[in-house]
Design a protein around this ligand. Structure first.
Ligand code: SF4
Length: 317
């Protein structure tokens, strides 16, 4: 009889109770690898009227860009500035060009190729990560992305899945259903492009069971990475109005840590965890304010796993 592997005894996650993307990069490349966020000045079909005009309920005007990213600045300049602003870098530091703001596959493939080529040609870049919506992935664009596959190059497609529940996608005003995400992921995988899904925990109306159902839905999908976010309220968004009128309550830190650990216990130990929570600058964040203390929250996630004696994949079936 074959024995089930105990993921908590695998000993391959640098002592962490989850399979961290940054540790994975360190082990593969033998150096620090940092993501450089890029704003390529692209739009979004959920803002330009194609799918919707108001955007997702949680999305600020900057299309969820990192602080200081300006789409009018040439990509090489954005990347140089980001490199200078990183606090902990050394001579051997490598970079992944991360197309983050707005929808980074929402343009003709020829234009996308020019943008991606420019970014990956910069000094020290060993990878490309492209963030997008599931309904903006025509086959020609996937073929373009697949053309960047090569040994020693870190290629990722980040898809905004958020949740597996259509009622929640409607609440978030995403303008697509979960079927679009499933379809996109299943078309990406045969092209050998690793998929990271962006997920949100704490969507109003979602029960614990609903969130665990999203975790279970990943079992059937060829997903290689997850980026977790708690639902946070950013200044100037439609979600802020809901928060201020009492229609929405963000999770407390304790609730988030608990449900996040529950979720991670149910995902495959092979999946890489790219991020455990969202963060914003203080002046743009309305709630919850506990996320301003990221180091403390990350420690409490590890503490929670240790207290439980569990880890990623402990309840994976
Ligand atoms: S799809 Fe992305 S860029 Fe577009 S409105 Fe939603 S979060 Fe913002």
């Amino acid at each position: 009889m074959t024995q089930k592997r105990d993921p908590c005894k695998a000993g391959s996650w640098s002592g962490k109770p989850y399979h961290s993307f940054s540790d994975y990069l360190w082990n593969i490349y033998g150096c620090r690898v940092l993501k450089i966020p890029i704003n390529a000045n692209l739009s979004c079909p959920n803002r330009d009227g194609t799918v919707g005009a108001a955007g997702c309920i949680f999305c600020p005007e900057d299309g969820s860009a990192s602080p200081g990213m300006n789409g009018a600045t040439p990509i090489p300049e954005q990347m140089e500035t980001a490199k200078k602003n990183f606090r902990r870098t050394g001579a051997g530091t490598k970079y992944i060009a991360y197309f983050q703001a707005f929808t980074n596959t929402y343009a003709p493939p020829a234009r996308l190729k020019r943008l991606y080529d420019l970014a990956v040609a910069q000094d020290g870049v060993i990878g490309l990560m492209v963030g997008t919506r599931p309904d903006c992935l025509p086959d020609e664009t996937l073929d373009l992305l697949a053309s960047y596959r090569r040994p020693g190059f870190e290629l990722w497609l980040e898809i905004g899945m958020q949740t597996s529940h259509d009622k929640s996608l409607e609440f978030l005003r995403r303008g697509h259903a979960n079927g679009a995400t499933v379809d996109a992921i299943n078309r990406v995988a045969p092209r050998g492009i690793p998929v990271c899904v962006h997920l949100i925990l704490g969507i109003p109306g979602e029960s614990w069971d609903d969130m665990m159902a999203t975790a279970r839905s990943l079992v059937d999908l060829p997903v290689r990475g997850i980026k977790f976010h708690h639902l946070h309220v950013i200044r100037g968004t439609a979600l802020e109005e809901q928060y201020r009128t009492g229609l929405m309550r963000p999770l407390s830190q304790k609730e988030y840590v608990s449900v996040l650990c529950d979720f991670i216990e149910r995902v495959s130990p092979d999946i890489l965890i790219h991020r455990l929570m969202g963060d914003r600058e203080e002046h743009t964040l309305v709630a919850p304010l506990w996320s301003l203390h990221k180091g403390t929250v990350l420690r409490s996630i590890e503490d929670e796993f240790r207290k439980r004696g569990t880890c990623q994949g402990f309840l994976y079936q």
